[in-house]
Design a protein around this ligand. Sequence first.
Ligand SMILES: Nc1ncnc2c1ncn2[C@@H]1O[C@H](COP(=O)(O)OP(=O)(O)O)[C@@H](O)[C@H]1O
Ligand SMILES: [Mg+2]
Length: 349
Amino acid sequence: MAVTAVPERTARQQPRPSVGSVASSAPAPLLQVEGLKTQFPTRGGWLTAVNEVSFELAPGTVLGVLGESGSGKSAMLRTILGLQPKSARISGEVILEGRDLIAMSARERAAMRGSSVSMVFQDPMTALDPVFSVEQQLVETIRRHHPMSGEEARGRALELLHLVQIPSPERRLKAYPYELSGGMRQRIVIAMALVSNPTLLLADEPTTALDVTVQARVLDLFHELKGREGMSIIFVTHDLSVAAEIADEIAVMYAGRIVEQGSVEELVRSPQHPYTRGLLEANVRPGQADRPEAIRGAPPNLANLPPGCSFAPRCDLVEDACWSALPEPVHVSASHFARCRLVTASESN
Ligand SMILES: Nc1ncnc2c1ncn2[C@@H]1O[C@H](COP(=O)(O)OP(=O)(O)O)[C@@H](O)[C@H]1O
Ligand SMILES: [Mg+2]
């Protein structure tokens, strides 16, 4: 299985094998996130944006992280990348290629950002400087990572534009960001993220700002990149059909927690958590005219989470016990779990 769900309890109770020593045919994980917690100080107290999140990611695989706005998806990516403000309270482990990104110094983390891990943000305009041409920005980024002549860097920039399937790359190099379409701009941003040849690419809603046809083409590009040797991707989206299209596995985030995780097939064919079922029902299918009903209610206040299941106030199946105890992950297969007390564990697990 490509991406393995690690329920935090089990992971804590057992000694974690070192990255190089994972037995069996499963490749050693590229990334191990364990008990990751991110809190921000607010006037209403500590706001828990990422709440004890644990998962593993194998080389060359794509984890889709799915959830409504405000569920902690961006906060999780920014924490992994070390981009949170100093005021944030962060705990847990993010082990990339055997090194803990949380425990290392800011300087070491910045070095990792320039090499092993990079990020594509939602809005390509914020990642590009409007006053410099594509060539100036790309060449500068390339030379920051690899000392080389301007001419060599320009050659590398052209290669990268080919890689992200930009037509007429020579002409596009000369362009300024405002002269390019949204889709072209996002391809340039993706090219910039690939400069350091990262083993881990974090993509935060990279297609959300694009219109539907362009979105499909940029998703095709991610498909191509996915085939590149060893690069793993965490692809954040609020759109289930996008997650199903690009990911090997999906983690559903609700109120800062992963409430369900499994392979795309498992999740789409047999969603277990009432929240995941709601997302599936709310998903517009091709050819469907009316927008289906969204899940009723709104996500909880992350600065004041109720005890018990965070989804209880919106759940049609809620029972008395849901209000008191936080549901533990229930495994329906070795690779599929949901945090809901109404889910029945599979016999074989
Ligand atoms: N730097 C910050 N300071 C305070 N609150 C933050 C900060 N970053 C994110 N949050 C809060 O964390 C929660 C999760 O936000 P976010 O991760 O952006 O959600 P998503 O990406 O799933 O839409 C939100 O309530 C948001 O307001
Ligand atoms: Mg976000």
